[in-house]
Design a protein around this ligand. Structure first.
Ligand SMILES: NC(=O)C1=CN([C@@H]2O[C@H](COP(=O)(O)OP(=O)(O)OC[C@H]3O[C@@H](n4cnc5c(N)ncnc54)[C@H](O)[C@@H]3O)[C@@H](O)[C@H]2O)C=CC1
Ligand SMILES: [Mg+2]
Ligand SMILES: [Zn+2]
Length: 276
């Protein structure tokens, strides 16, 4: 794991450092990039919901300005997190992914879900706390499974209507209360494409900030059934031969890694590395 970005609990009452400005999965950028001198930002009178100390980038402290709405700043524009994933280096993307998750969580936990009082950031740990009734919330994470189903030289890949034109990917879905991740894999595969699988094999995991998933990645062998795509969720699903694959998901995604790993093992090529 690279050392350029390290999360840390920094005290926002300290002066100086850099800051990123986030609102609804978008960041403020100008010609110098996405990191702004923090003391300069403070003079802009932005619609600030919360300020959080995030950690260190290249050894420098970085803070988050979480905004109520995407305010106009002369000479700057708003850019989505997905675009940073495609264009920025991996360390910067990890910093921005972390900032997005913390910002989204803080902005969605301003009031106590139990008694309605205003929540406070807790000193000493990354938590929101209700002083009236004591409820405490930590950053939200949603366990999700992602699986590549295979049948020898064939890969089962599917398209969601949300994907870029022509792109097919592995199947994914959220874990429900009371089920194991393995049960979730079998259920989601059945629901999304109507196919049965053998026991899934755990491969690797990845934090995924769209919006707060923890992806648990598997390989699974086909056991039976014909493909029946789930209406609305799955636009198309097919078996693709390894010599004739469609456009695949982003290089940084665990979806892509699960595919590349299977190909490497099948074809006796060196195994890929999952971007950290
Ligand atoms: N890193 C990667 O390679 C990939 C990551 N993903 C991520 O996997 C996650 C799950 O994938 P989907 O196919 O969209 O899930 P899914 O198959 O469970 O369906 C999504 C639906 O689940 C419901 N939902 C939303 N949030 C939920 C939650 N926290 N718990 C339970 N249900 C919820 C909503 O009705 C939503 O429309 C998403 O966050 C997606 O971004 C998906 C594909 C590739
Ligand atoms: Mg799904
Ligand atoms: Zn409360």
């Amino acid at each position: 794991m690279s050392l350029r970005w390290q999360a840390a609990l920094l005290d926002p009452s300290l002066a100086g450092g850099w800051a990123v400005v986030h609102c609804r999965q978008q960041f403020l950028v100008d010609d110098s990039g996405v990191l702004f001198p923090r003391d300069w930002l403070k003079r802009l009178e932005l619609p600030l919901l919360s300020e959080q100390g995030l950690g260190h980038f290249d050894g420098e402290p970085v803070f988050l300005f979480e905004l109520d709405f995407p305010a106009e700043v002369p000479g700057a524009r708003w850019q989505g997190l997905r675009q940073f994933m495609q264009q920025a280096d991996q360390d910067l993307f990890r910093l921005l992914g972390y900032a997005t998750q913390i910002g989204t969580w803080v902005s969605q936990h301003r009031f106590c879900g139990s008694c309605g009082s205003r929540m406070q950031a807790r000193a000493g740990e990354r938590a929101m706390y209700c002083p009236a009734c004591g409820v405490q919330h930590y950053p939200r994470l949603s366990p999700s499974m992602i699986v590549l189903v295979t049948r020898g030289d064939e890969l089962l890949l599917a398209r969601s209507p949300r994907f870029a034109v022509g792109v097919y990917s592995t199947l994914a879905g959220y874990v429900e209360p009371g089920e194991s991740v393995e049960q979730c894999v079998a259920r989601e595969v059945r629901e999304e494409v109507g196919v049965e699988i053998h026991s899934p094999q755990y491969i690797a995991s990845q934090g995924w900030p769209f919006p707060h998933s923890l992806m648990l990645g598997f390989h699974a062998e086909y056991a039976g059934g014909e493909i029946v795509p789930q209406p609305e969720e799955i636009e198309d699903a097919r078996w693709f031969h390894i010599d004739n694959l469609p456009a695949l998901p982003a290089r940084q995604s665990i979806a892509r890694y699960l595919i590349e790993l299977y190909l490497a093992r099948r074809l006796g090529r060196p195994e890929p590395v999952l971007p950290g």
